[in-house]
Design a protein around this ligand. Structure first.
Ligand code: ADP
Length: 579
């Protein structure tokens, strides 16, 4: 028998080897191509991420340049305003103020040889002068002075005279002018003393007696500021065509500072830095305001009126949001890909283990059939044992095929259950008997503990498959010599079927996962115990279709107890009692 078994096994092995090598080649091919595909997809996703990143960076840089260009336009306009302030104030104060007043002062200084007594009243005289231009210009003077350097006398003042040291400085300046004989209608002399500005306008003329006389006035800074302000407010500081007439002086901020840095005029809100332009008055109009500066700026909302399309807003948050979305999508895609790959790997393993599982019973069946056919059995007892083995292996095959069919049905969501009311104890007893018979003298004992009178609406074939799967696992994963309990009781309005073995049990952390498709405990994946990982998923699927639930818990010993709860049939006494 052993010799035959070996030779039959030898033939089988040769065939199986071919089948196996083909399977493993196919497997290796599909594995390789899948790996390449995954790498390709991940690479494509990364390229898309890099592209999105580049686009965002590009958009950011473009936005930055656009904004910088718009800001430089605004700064140019501010500069335009500053130029206009300088041009307008210098011209107006120069022509209508200083020139008119200085001419009048020199006329007086020329005429009144008996000064200073006469000049004392000059302030009143100018304030009530016939010409309105002179009356107006006289507002600019704080005090008047006159000196005839040729006569050797000092400066004579009328009005609010400066402190003596300032007067001395002025006299020295005039002496220098007289010595150098610098011509010109008038000259401006400015001195910053202890933080305040003294600004004088001086001119010279000939007295009727042929003497050179110098005369002028000190500027009243407050009056100068008021004059400038009126001039600036008179007309728009930006050409109306620029902002389609919408940009008024209310949107312009101007600050004019004197040589001491004090603010002389302010238009609009205080000028904030940023887009402002600072300019010096320089030597515009003979430098009458040299040492003065102007800072001009435009209200940021002017940008919308003067720049086509308005001042660009920062699009960075939008682009960063897009980039984040892109990253999230790519992460989701990669996770999905990983799940797909893992599932595909499990399927591959499943195909390999199914072929392995099919091979074992097939080998046995062929071997013992041939033994019988060639009449190599030596006794009736051997004859019967061969038949029993063929029967057992055929059942195993049948159960495996049933599981695969059921699995594929559940995959396609096809339901083929026909539920009828059944007493569960007789059904389970029959299944236990059949299973015990298929064990063929194995030392494993099946012990049914079945309470009578419990009925449920079930599909008998499905219940058979559930219980056989659980019993089969008990035998497969438990010790060779053990007792497996098949129990039935009514609890909390449910019919509770359980299978308890004396095996290693199932770790708490894995108790949910063992019901998942293809899932096998690591210790069994790595051991020689054959399995496909679909038995318990078929159990769960069938139980759910009976509106029941299943789980695994600790057995009374160290083994596992698989529990299936089914709804009781309505007229079951236990169900009545539970209500
Ligand atoms: P298979 O037995 O074909 O591997 P199952 O779905 O029936 O697939 O079982 C899934 C896994 O659960 C098994 O691989 C095994 O690791 C574990 N398992 C199932 N039943 C038992 C049991 N009675 N004792 C210990 N482990 C078990």
């Amino acid at each position: 028998m052993q010799a035959f078994a070996d030779s039959a096994g030898g033939a089988e092995t040769a065939q199986t080897r071919v089948l196996y090598s083909r399977l493993s080649k196919a497997f290796a091919l599909s594995w390789n191509s899948r790996n390449t595909r995954t790498t390709l997809i991940v690479a494509l996703l990364l390229v898309s991420l890099v592209t999105a990143g580049l686009l965002t960076a590009q958009a950011y840089v473009a936005g930055w340049y656009q904004r910088a260009a718009a800001e430089s336009v605004l700064r140019d306009y501010s500069s335009l305003v500053a130029d206009e302030v300088i041009r307008r104030t210098s011209a107006d104060v120069g022509y209508y103020g200083y020139y008119v007043l200085e001419t009048a002062v020199l006329r007086e200084a020329q005429r009144s040889a008996k000064l200073p007594a006469d000049i004392a009243d000059i302030k009143g005289a100018f304030a009530s002068a016939q010409e309105p231009g002179l009356r107006n210009a006289a507002r600019l003077a704080k005090s008047y002075f006159r000196i005839e350097p040729g006569k050797g006398g000092g400066l004579s003042f009328a009005g609010d005279a400066p402190p003596p040291r300032i007067a001395q400085w002025l006299q020295a300046q005039i002496a220098e002018m007289a010595a150098s004989r610098r011509a010109g209608p008038f000259k401006k002399l400015t001195l910053v003393d202890q933080g305040s500005v003294h600004s004088f306008v001086v001119g010279s003329a000939q007295t009727p007696a042929g003497q050179e006389v110098f005369g002028g006035f000190e500027t009243d800074m407050a009056a100068l500021g008021a004059w400038m302000k009126t001039v600036l407010e008179r007309q728009p500081l930006l050409p109306p065509t620029l902002g389609h007439g919408k940009v008024t002086n209310a949107m312009v901020q101007v600050s004019v500072r004197d040589p001491a840095g004090s603010q002389l005029v302010q238009l609009g809100a205080p000028v904030a830095g940023g887009l402002s332009a600072t300019k010096a008055f320089g030597d515009t109009y003979q430098g009458i305001f040299s040492g003065y500066t102007v800072i001009a700026a435009l209200d940021p909302q002017v940008g919308d009126a003067v720049i086509i399309g308005g001042l660009p807003r920062s699009r960075l948050p939008f682009f960063l949001g897009l980039l984040a979305l892109n990253v999230a999508l790519i992460v989701a895609a990669i996770l999905q890909l990983r799940r797909e790959t893992a599932l595909q790997r499990l399927r591959d393993e499943f195909v390999a283990s199914v072929s392995h599982e099919l091979r074992t019973p097939l080998t046995q069946i062929r071997m013992f059939t041939e033994t019988l056919l060639l009449e190599r059995v030596r006794s009736d007892q051997e004859h019967r044992r061969s038949l029993e083995i063929i029967d057992r292996e055929a059942r195993r095959l049948g159960q495996l095929v049933e599981n695969i069919l059921q699995f594929s049905r559940s995959d396609r969501k096809v339901s083929s259950l026909v539920r009828t009311r059944r007493e569960l104890a007789p059904l389970l007893a029959e299944i236990a008997d059949d299973f015990a018979a298929s064990l063929n003298g194995s030392p494993v004992q099946i012990e049914p503990r079945l309470a009578e009178g419990i009925a449920a609406e079930v599909d008998a074939d499905a219940i058979r498959q559930i219980v056989l799967n659980l019993l089969d696992n008990g035998v497969k994963y438990g010790p060779n010599q053990q007792r497996i309990l098949l129990g039935l009781e009514a609890r909390d309005g449910k019919a509770v079927v359980f299978v308890e073995d004396e095996g290693p049990g199932i770790p708490v952390a894995e108790r949910r996962r063992v019901f998942e498709r293809f899932y096998r405990l690591k210790r069994d994946r790595e051991s020689a115990t054959a399995g496909t990982g679909i038995g318990l998923s078929v159990v769960r699927d069938l139980v759910l279709r009976h509106d029941g639930r299943c789980h695994v818990e600790n057995g009374s010993g160290k083994g596992a107890r698989f529990v299936v709860e089914l709804p009781l049939a309505p007229s079951t006494p236990a169900a009545e009692g539970a209500r």
